[in-house]
Design a protein around this ligand. Structure first.
Ligand code: ADP
Ligand code: MG
Length: 359
């Protein structure tokens, strides 16, 4: 439903933000490590208007859900918590925000690991910045967005998704040091293109598994006497840890080194090898893959013109990303999906995005 039809007034501000796909550096952001995401063409758009009846009204076109709040005294559930969190945190910075009507539409797949949540937060904060002339920059937007997700949506996330949504674009890779927030915009590798396929397996154990991995990493860092696993650069150093901490830490240390290698400049072939190594490490050391993701990655890795492939996002289901020869993405995605779905899965191509092109 259109903003005008819902609220009987035009929006006062409109803002968008993209989803992201992480090419390398998985489960490193909460270890103060390095990540390498890029923005995806799919975006979330938020339309905002000042409410004329003193209540907050939030609508998601994707979910066809409408939520009305009298005030900001108790956190609503589900999608409204992200918007509520962004508004509350801006108010806590000393800005006065009147009750708002907010409508959300998105082409970012929800819950597939392409960060629809960060796109929602960043789009909302961009809209608030525009409407109320807030003096906040893109890095602050990412930081507030992350806090909204942690404090209001109850997801203990790192900063990667929000930084990518706020600062990345689709033509570049965003190298990010999640400890210092130092970043470097790298050109997208010439001759390469991305394929992302959803495995069709929901990320059912993702939040419990994620919290457990976080706790294991903290325990490993403590035993190694460092602030975070990012402080370990030599994989040999983790060999003294008890299992499973040894393997968990080894994934983080080797994954950080893979991101740094790409940052230093590598060929597409080497980039692909590092993505393949990342998947092996996520599967065997970090144990966040599932058979469906392994199968999908295997099909991609065996396909000509694919440089490398791995699961992307937290794992336990969700999507895989592949780096392929430019111009071949659609063909490779379609062939892979056919093979994958033939063995009983219900995968879906997320990138290249047919829906955006057709609309
Ligand atoms: P991901 O960020 O990988 O897509 P998350 O589980 O982190 O998955 O975030 C998904 C949640 O974000 C949804 O369950 C919903 O609450 C919220 N969300 C994201 N996009 C939208 C949208 N367009 N409309 C309503 N809620 C959304
Ligand atoms: Mg998310």
């Amino acid at each position: 439903m259109k903003f005008q039809d819902l609220f009987h007034q035009p929006p006062d501000a409109i803002a968008s933000a993209p989803g992201r796909v992480n090419l390398l550096g998985e489960h490193t952001d909460y270890n103060d490590g390095f990540v390498l995401p890029t923005a995806i063409p799919q975006t979330t758009t938020v339309q905002l208007g000042i409410s004329n009846n003193h209540h907050y009204h939030f609508y998601s076109e994707n979910l066809d859900e409408y939520i009305s709040l009298d005030d900001l005294n108790s956190i609503p559930s589900d999608f409204a918590s992200y918007l509520f969190g962004c508004i509350s945190l801006i108010q806590q910075k000393g800005y006065t925000i009147p009750p708002l009507n907010i409508s959300v539409q998105s082409t970012v797949p929800i819950g597939s690991g392409l960060s629809s949540s960060a796109a929602l937060e960043v789009a909302c904060l961009r809209g608030l910045r525009e409407l109320f002339h807030l003096n906040i920059d893109d890095v602050e937007i990412a930081q507030i967005a992350q806090q909204a997700e942690i404090q209001y949506a109850g997801v203990q996330c790192g900063i990667m998704d929000q930084m990518a949504s706020s600062l990345a674009d689709t033509d570049h890779l965003l190298f990010l040091d999640t400890r210092t927030l130092e970043r470097q915009v790298l050109p997208f590798p010439v001759g390469g293109e991305i394929v992302v396929i959803d495995s069709g397996v929901p990320r059912s154990l993702a939040s419990s598994g994620y919290n457990q991995r976080r706790a294991e990493c903290e325990a490993a860092a403590k035993l190694l006497n460092v602030t975070a696993l990012r402080d370990i650069t030599d994989p040999e150093q983790v060999e003294t840890l008890p299992e499973p901490l040894r393997r968990r830490a080894r994934h983080v240390v080797t994954e950080n080194n893979r991101v740094l290698e790409v940052r230093s400049g590598v060929s597409l072939l080497r980039f692909g090898e590092l993505m393949n190594d990342s998947h092996t490490s996520l599967r065997d050391d970090y144990e966040v893959s599932v058979p469906a993701l392994d199968r999908l990655v295997e099909i991609l890795q065996q396909t000509p013109d694919v440089f490398g492939a791995r699961l992307t996002g937290a794992g336990f289901g969700g999507a895989c990303v592949a780096l392929v020869v430019a111009g071949q993405a659609r063909t490779i995605a379609e062939q892979t999906l056919e093979q994958y779905n033939c063995i009983g899965f219900q995968g879906k191509i997320l990138i290249p995005d047919t829906e955006i092109k057709e609309s």
